[in-house]
Write a protein that binds this ligand. Structure first.
Ligand code: PBG
Length: 292
């Protein structure tokens, strides 16, 4: 869910059918609806009012993710709440970390900032913090900060451990207003051609203290997902990303596919490859269809 400041806001996103910007009150209603259909949890992304060079509104305890976390926790106590930990929605340059003077992303300088974001989310009541920035060493930095802040047992880390530099994130970047102003994310996200590096990245995050791993996107990378699942005892999630979702929705809207059977088949394939959990924008629909 993409949470925005304000009240009574539900705004469609042209490139992202079925997904909307929602203010906290609307997000709460959506969470209640999802829970009643049997979804496992929600994953929250925030769009702040203010962006700056270091993404400082990301650790504002009054920010949209923090506010939605508290409100959903109160309205649906049993629902798992996961929060996206990254800077790209909050930086004015759109990168997932802070920048050196020459415009390149500063990995190590970003780590303490991500840790602040994670602690702020945990303080708001998140069950799971999910770092998606792909900086090296962030899982270790976040784990240490959570432990120190008293969240050793209350907050788990779901690491986007193998996240590819993919063309399938287009609708998300429209929704999150997070496209990089210059350059791309290839210096920190994984090379789609390199399966062995992808595996190594996930295992590094396990060693740093991740509680769950994740492969993203899901559909184009089922081989990688299956290999990660075989290489770890941790739960492995898979993320059916915005472009995968939009492709299904636009194809169905034009009569090329049956939405229900194509979506369920795509989710079945992700499960068959070994995913313990699936992040998908079709979650509420799928839960309803599976219940039928
Ligand atoms: C932010 C982030 C992205 C996604 C999740 N977290 C976009 C990106 O890396 O540019 C993509 C999710 C989707 O496409 O559904 N780092």
């Amino acid at each position: 869910m993409f949470v925005v400041p304000g009240e009574d806001r539900r705004e469609a996103i042209a490139t992202f059918p079925g997904v909307a910007h929602m203010s906290t009150d609307v997000a709460v209603a959506e969470a209640v609806r999802g829970a009643s259909r049997g979804i496992g949890g929600v994953l929250l992304f925030g769009l702040p009012d203010l962006k700056d060079a270091i993404g400082s509104s990301a650790w504002d305890d009054g920010g949209p993710v923090q506010a939605a976390t508290r409100a959903i926790r109160a309205a649906v106590p049993g629902l798992v709440i996961a929060t996206d930990v990254c800077l790209c929605q909050y930086t004015d340059h759109g990168h997932c970390g802070v920048l050196h003077d020459d415009g390149t992303v500063a990995n190590d300088e970003t780590l303490p900032l991500l840790a602040r974001v994670a602690v702020s989310h945990a303080r708001a009541g998140a069950d799971i913090v999910a770092p998606s920035d792909m900086m090296d060493g962030r899982v270790h930095a976040i784990r240490a900060a959570l432990d120190e802040a008293g969240h050793a047992e209350s907050a788990a880390i779901l690491s986007y451990s193998t996240k590819f530099a993919s063309a399938f994130y287009g609708p998300f970047r429209d929704a999150a207003h997070s496209a990089p102003q210059r350059g791309d994310r290839k210096t920190y996200q994984m090379d789609p051609a390199n399966a062995r590096e992808a595996l190594r990245e996930s295992l590094l995050d396990e060693a740093e203290g991740a509680d769950m791993l994740m492969v993203k996107p899901a559909g184009p990378y089922l081989d990688v997902l299956a290999r990660v699942v075989e290489s770890t005892d941790l739960p492995v999630a898979a993320y059916q990303v915005s472009g995968e979702h939009a492709a299904l929705r636009f194809a169905a809207a034009n009569g090329a596919l049956d939405l229900r059977s194509a979506t369920l088949e795509s989710l079945l394939a992700i499960r068959r490859a070994g995913a313990s959990a699936i992040m998908t924008y079709a979650a509420i629909d799928a839960a309803e269809w599976l219940d039928d």
